[in-house]
Design a protein around this ligand. Structure first.
Ligand code: NVA
Length: 296
């Protein structure tokens, strides 16, 4: 690790994505190390969660640790108390903070004001734990990651950004198909471009979903309205309409493509009714793999 924290895929450093994926795959098939014996983890969640909260709580317990769930109603991150004060108090009482926040800046403040690890459980900018679980899912189903082609169709959001970074580290080409104004943020694009140059992979953007999906090994999508974007709902739903992943679009992918979605999924919006149950869908494996990847 480049630092004590895991708030971005970049914190892992070069060639670590594949190491962690291989380790997660071993943990999934064998024993869980009791690495958290006697440790307490605070789960600080400003936004709702199903997969992330449950996979962290279960994983921490399986590794011998205990956890305390703190919802925003109790904590009031930055409202009831400034983030640095919360960080400095938790630093003295627990051994690790797993936080889901509206603003990525809150994670940086938690990290800067603690000596214990801070793990990103989703922010407006990144969802690195999801990207690791997704890489594990790809590795399990394809037997490799190197040389594969990932097409992400929809919003250039937190999920797309972390997946672009993780894919590039893992040797996979990454294409985003999105409306012009919903490309990856320039900071993420620049970081991913640098990694893809080093790893000799392709990173690209197109406004044409069909072009992105052409020959893809993985077709990935996520909600069009992320938590925190609710005010833009109507505008987003109409702008993203041509980006629905459906049976007609995935006909352009490689015949053994994987369909992926981090969930929650909105049938009739970013996916057609049948995509979750499509024979190429691995979405429930993705949800399970959050547990194994996070343990690793
Ligand atoms: N992009 C979505 C991911 C949910 C797991 C959001 O941030 O709401």
């Amino acid at each position: 690790m480049k630092s004590k924290d895991f708030i971005s895929i970049l914190d892992l450093g070069d060639n670590r994505v594949e190491d962690i994926v291989r380790k997660a795959s071993r943990i999934k098939r064998g024993d869980t190390p009791r690495a958290l014996e006697g440790k307490t983890v605070a789960l600080l969640f400003e936004k709702p969660s199903l997969r992330t909260r449950v996979s962290f709580e279960v994983g921490i317990r399986q590794m011998g640790g205990t956890c305390i769930f703190l919802s925003n109603t109790e904590i009031g991150l930055g409202a009831r108390e400034p983030v640095p004060d919360i960080a400095k108090v938790l630093d003295r009482l627990v051994d690790c903070i797993v936080a889901r926040v509206f603003s990525h800046r809150s994670l940086e403040l938690l990290a800067q004001n603690t000596s214990i690890p801070v793990i990103n459980a989703l922010s407006d900018e990144a969802h690195p734990c999801q990207a690791l679980g997704d890489c594990l899912t790809i590795f399990e189903h394809k037997g490799r990651m190197d040389g594969l082609k990932v097409a992400f169709v929809g919003d250039g959001n937190n999920i797309a950004g972390s997946l672009a970074l993780a894919s590039s580290y893992a040797g996979m080409d990454f294409t985003l198909a999105s409306p012009e104004q919903y490309k990856l943020p320039s900071k993420v694009w620049d970081e991913a471009t640098k990694i893809s140059k080093d790893q000799n992979t392709n990173l690209s953007w197109t406004s044409d979903p069909k072009k992105a999906v052409e020959g893809a090994d993985v077709v990935y999508t996520d909600v069009w309205v992320s938590m925190g974007d609710e005010e833009e709902k109507d505008e987003r739903l109409s702008l993203f309409r041509p980006y629905q992943v459906n049976e007609a679009l995935v006909k352009n992918a490689s015949s053994d493509f994987l369909f992926m979605h981090d969930m929650p999924a909105h049938r009739g919006e970013e996916i057609s009714e049948g995509m979750i149950e499509h024979s190429n869908s691995v979405v429930y494996h993705q949800a399970e793999n959050r547990l194994h990847a996070q343990k690793a």
